[in-house]
Write a protein that binds this ligand. Structure first.
Ligand code: SF4
Length: 66
């Protein structure tokens, strides 16, 4: 089992949308949030690492807005 994203506990997207049907259907939580290596490709994580601030909570790991 891969390690989870280190930002998971403070991530607005994860906390608000982890039960959302589209999120579940897209498997974003499993693909990104629950896989530390793959989470490095998350657009939210890139923005947070580059700016020090999180993007809007409704931005998905792929960068699309919910
Ligand atoms: S959405 Fe991105 S930053 Fe947030 S927990 Fe998932 S992988 Fe980490």
């Amino acid at each position: 089992m891969p390690n989870k994203c280190d930002l998971l506990e403070t991530c607005g997207f994860f906390n608000k949308f982890n039960s959302n049907l589209e999120v579940i259907n897209q498997r974003w939580i499993r693909l990104y949030c629950e896989n530390l290596d793959h989470s490095e490709l998350c657009e939210r994580k890139k923005i947070r690492n580059q700016t020090g601030k999180p993007p809007a909570d409704n931005m998905a790991p792929t960068g699309v807005l919910m």
